[in-house]
Design a protein around this ligand. Structure first.
Ligand SMILES: [Zn+2]
Length: 56
């Protein structure tokens, strides 16, 4: 299975380090902290999450 569609959050409820990255794995531990209602589609012009890079 390849990466999942990119998602990110701009919600101020999260720490900056969690707002400055996008995820492309649904099972990313950091990505999973983003509640569904706070998730936005796409990369949002952000850096790729380090955990997602490690997941491949
Ligand atoms: Zn991630």
């Amino acid at each position: 299975m390849g990466p999942d569609p990119a998602y990110h959050t701009d919600s101020p409820e999260y720490e900056p380090k969690h707002r400055e990255v996008y995820h492309d794995h649904n099972d990313c531990p950091d990505g999973k902290r983003i509640e569904k209602r706070h998730r936005k589609d796409g990369k949002g012009g952000k850096e790729r999450c380090k955990e997602c890079i490690r997941l491949g």
